[in-house]
Write a protein that binds this ligand. Structure first.
Ligand code: SAH
Ligand code: SF4
Length: 344
C-alpha cells in the first residue's frame, strides 16, 4: 500500500476529488501530517470518520526505522532500514546558519564513480518520495529539532530518479507541510545532461550543484564513468544554458584527490573551463575510505589550488570537513555496516 508521505498536495487533492469532491481536505491532512506530526490517521480530529476510514484503507503512515546512529560535535549520521531491508543513510550537519540534512535518493548508485562508496554498491532501486520525506521526519523527531536546509548528496544520483525527486521537493517545499524554502534545497548531480535540460524548466528556485571533479575529459573519464556518456563539451554548454535560462548560479563540486586532479596546472585549466559562467567552485577535501585507493590532497595543495582559482577570477570556497570521524562521506556508513554489522 502507498505511504501517505509520498503524496504531493496535488496528489492528495486528486484523491479527495475522486472520493467526495472536497479537495480542501488535502490541506487539512498535510497540516496534520507535517505541522502536528500525527502518527495515525485516527488522530486527525477535524476530519470525518468516513474520511479517516478511507485513508486507512488506501494508505499507510509509517516512519523510517533508525537502525544505527553516530554522533560527533557537529554531525549526526543515521542509518535507516527500509521495508524491504535495504539500508540508506542521511547525515545531519549543524551549521551556524541552521541544520542541514544530506539525504539519500537511491539504494546504491549506478554511476560508478571510482572514488565513491555508493558507486561501489550498485543501485538496487530508487527511493520513492515518501522514503526521502521520511528521512527528514525521522531525524527531526529523533533530535527534536527543525531542519532548515536539505542537500541531495547522500547515496544515489538524484537525476537518475528524477520524478520521485521532484515530487519530494514539491512535498517538502509546500507551505502547509514541512515548508523548506526552495533556496534552501540543493540537488547534486554527476552530470546527467538530459535531466539538467529538464530541470531548467522546473519553476522552483532550487540550487543545482554539478560534481565536476576534473578540469578536462582525460581526468574526468578516468574517475567518472558518466563522463564517457556526457563529456565536458556537452556538459559545460548545458550548464551555461541552465544558468542563462534560470538566472540561478550553479555550484561546481570538486573533490581534491592527491596527484589526480590537484595540481596548479589543473587549477589553471579549471579556471579556463569555467571562465564567464555564473558559478562558484566548492573544493571538497576527499574523505578517504578503506576500500578505495584514492588519497586526499594535502592542506597546502588545496590552498594553492584555491589561490590559483581566486587569482583567475573564480569564486571558490573550501568545504568544511564534517564527520570524517563518523564516516560521513557518501555511502560510507552503509558500506561499513554491510561488512561489520556491529562495528560502525
Ligand atoms: N550522485 C550525486 C549526489 C550524491 S554524491 C553526485 O555525484 O553529485 C554527493 C557528493 O559527494 C558528490 O560531489 C560526490 O562526488 C561526493 N563524494 C563521493 N564520495 C566522496 C568522498 N569519499 N569524499 C568526499 N566527497 C565524496
Ligand atoms: Fe553515484 Fe554520486 Fe557516488 Fe558518483 S559520486 S557513484 S554519482 S553517488
Amino acid at each position: 500500500m502507498k505511504n501517505i508521505y509520498g503524496l504531493t498536495m496535488e496528489d492528495l487533492e486528486q484523491y479527495f476529488i475522486s472520493k467526495d469532491g472536497k479537495k480542501f481536505k488535502a490541506t487539512q491532512v498535510f497540516e496534520w501530517l507535517y505541522k502536528k506530526r500525527i502518527k495515525a490517521f485516527s488522530e486527525m480530529r477535524n476530519i470525518s470518520k468516513k474520511t479517516i476510514a478511507d485513508l486507512e484503507n488506501d494508505f499507510v503512515i509509517e516512519p523510517l526505522n533508525i537502525i544505527a546512529k553516530k554522533e560527533d560535535v557537529d554531525v549526526v549520521k543515521y542509518l535507516f532500514n527500509l521495508h524491504d531491508n535495504n539500508k540508506i543513510e542521511a547525515v545531519l550537519m549543524l551549521h551556524d546558519y541552521g541544520n542541514s540534512l544530506c539525504i539519500s535518493t537511491q539504494v546504491g548508485c549506478n554511476m560508478g564513480c571510482h572514488f565513491c562508496e555508493s558507486g561501489r554498491l550498485k543501485k538496487v532501486r530508487n527511493l520513492d518520495a515518501s522514503e526521502m520525506v521520511r528521512q527528514i521526519l525521522a531525524v527531526e523527531e529523533d533530535l527534536k529539532i527543525r531542519i532548515s536546509h536539505i542537500v541531495l548528496m547522500g547515496i544515489g544520483e538524484p537525476f537518475d530518479n528524477y520524478d520521485n525527486v521532484i515530487a519530494f521537493i514539491d512535498i517538502i517545499n509546500n507551505p502547509k507541510g514541512i515548508d523548506i524554502g526552495s533556496r534552501h534545497i540543493t540537488i547534486s548531480t554527476s552530470g546527467i545532461v538530459p535531466k539538467i535540460e529538464a530541470f531548467m524548466n522546473y519553476d522552483k528556485q532550487v540550487n543545482l550543484a554539478i560534481s565536476l571533479h576534473a578540469p578536462n575529459n582525460a581526468i574526468r573519464s578516468s574517475i567518472m564513468e558518466i563522463n564517457k556518456a556526457y563529456p565536458l563539451e556537452v556538459l559545460i554548454p548545458t550548464v551555461k544554458k541552465y544558468v542563462l535560462k534560470t538566472g540561478r548560479r550553479v555550484t561546481f563540486e570538486y573533490i581534491m584527490l592527491k596527484d589526480v586532479n590537484d595540481s596548479e596546472e589543473q587549477a589553471l585549466l579549471l579556471s579556463e573551463l569555467l571562465r564567464g559562467i555564473n558559478c562558484y567552485v566548492n573544493l571538497i577535501p576527499y574523505n578517504e575510505t578503506s576500500h578505495i585507493e584514492y588519497k586526499k590532497s594535502t592542506k597546502e595543495q588545496i590552498m594553492k589550488f584555491y589561490d590559483t582559482l581566486k587569482k583567475n577570477g573564480i569564486n571558490v570556497t573550501v568545504r568544511r570537513e564534517f564527520g570524517s570521524k563518523v564516516n560521513a562521506a557518501c555511502g560510507q556508513l552503509r558500506s561499513n555496516y554491510e561488512e561489520a554489522k556491529d562495528e560502525i
